[in-house]
Design a protein around this ligand. Structure first.
Ligand SMILES: Cc1ncc(COP(=O)(O)O)c(C=O)c1O
Length: 383
């Protein structure tokens, strides 16, 4: 059992060359590096677990944000009902580390993947989402042939227009699942990530409400056919505190809340103080008083939303451009005198998930001491 209050943990990882053999100081971490405030992270984990519990909802944290099995275990032990992943490869890694109840919130399609999925199902409880009758047929064939049963959620498009069927089509898929050997229906999944995107609170609320109405309408249609819907799974970090209030929702699957990021700060789902993960960098060049360069560029932060990370704990420092390995800084006011070559600067990523995916290790800090080194074992597992 994991106890955050216990003494520093020495962790040895299958995939990692690292072990923490003594308490390393933050100043000994080479840069760029991902540093996590352990207390803030644990508070984030517990706050979300408390929210779900108070609402009588299941919480399946989406671990695509951190991809670190040890952290996934903490989330389960702190009140998670299993975990979510986005990719089969992530599920395989998590299972290797002992996580045994995993919802792949995605369609698993193609001969090679189905064979891997069946292998995984032989070992652990795993669930998938579907949005196509052909996929239901293929899943059923392989599970039946191998004598397995697989839990399936119908993926409903609640307004994002990515994957998922419109609510009106959900009963057809639900019926097909209940008729398919080797499969059983768990319920409905609807991801309302689009609803968290607008900067205006009212616009977000409207979109979330519409998304939940669509989701619950699909549930009604399925139930009208006499088919039982056990779980109704929704939730992104930007929306979950509102979507989780709708009667009929049973399960939440937020991911980013564990670390938070500036995307969530701008959408009032986090504050700078609840951003647990910072990128630690070093000023590697000072070409002129108003310019600096850090040793972290697009290969460190990733750059998928056209927004730069935000400097913390220092005034007048702004990233204005990325090269692969360089972050171009503009320095204003006092920063023009204060910032020196070799200074270490911290940034909150704008979008934390792809940033974490660039790294092998997360350093968990208590104050200035490294307490944990977590291996990002599922990084790059995109198949
Ligand atoms: C299907 C699905 N569920 C849950 C999540 C978690 O959302 P977030 O990372 O915004 O908390 C995602 C994120 O992309 C997702 O695609």
């Amino acid at each position: 059992m994991y106890h955050p209050s216990e003494n520093p943990v020495v962790i040895k990882f299958i995939h990692s060359p690292f072990t923490v053999s003594r308490l390393v100081d933050k100043s000994e971490i080479d840069t760029p590096a991902l540093i996590v405030d352990v207390d803030v992270m644990i508070r984030n984990i517990r706050d979300m677990a408390k929210f779900a519990k108070e609402r009588g909802l299941k919480l399946r944290p989406h671990v695509k944000t951190h991809k670190a099995p040890q952290i996934a275990k903490m989330q389960v032990e702190e009140g998670g009902n299993g975990i979510c992943v986005q990719k089969l490869g992530e599920a395989e890694v998590m299972a290797e580390y002992g996580l045994d109840n995993i919802f792949i919130t995605n369609e698993v399609v193609g001969r090679l993947k189905l064979s891997r999925l069946a292998k995984l199902r032989e070992k652990i409880e795993v669930f998938v989402a579907v949005d196509h009758l052909d996929n239901i047929r293929d899943l059923s064939n392989i599970m039946r042939d191998r004598g397995l049963d697989l839990g399936v959620y119908v993926d409903v498009d609640c307004g994002m227009h990515r994957t998922g069927v419109p609510p009106e089509k959900a009963p057809d898929l639900a019926e097909a699942i209940t008729r398919s050997e080797g499969l059983y229906l768990v319920g409905i999944m609807a991801y309302e990530g689009h609803a968290g995107a607008p900067l205006g609170r009212e616009e977000r609320k409207n979109l979330i409400r519409k998304a939940m109405e669509q989701t619950l309408f699909s549930v009604k249609l399925v139930e009208r056919k006499g088919i039982e819907v056990n779980e109704v799974s929704v939730g992104s970090s930007a929306t979950v505190r509102y979507s989780g209030m709708f009667e009929g929702i049973t399960e939440l699957q937020p991911g980013m809340y564990i670390f938070n990021d500036y995307y969530l700060v701008e959408r009032e789902a986090a504050t700078v103080d609840t951003c647990a993960l910072h990128v630690l960098t070093t000023v590697m060049s000072r070409p002129s008083p108003d310019r600096g360069v850090i040793d972290a560029g697009s290969k460190t932060f990733h750059f998928d939303m056209n927004r730069y990370p935000i400097a913390v704990g220092v005034e007048g420092v702004e990233i204005v451009k990325f090269s692969e390995e360089h972050g171009w800084l503009t320095l204003k006011g006092e920063a023009q005198h204060r910032i020196r070559l070799g200074d270490r600067l911290e940034f909150i990523p704008y979008h934390v998930c792809p940033c974490v995916n660039q790294f092998d290790t997360l350093y968990g800090l208590k104050g200035d001491k490294v307490q944990y080194m977590w291996t990002v074992a599922a990084r790059g597992k995109v198949t």
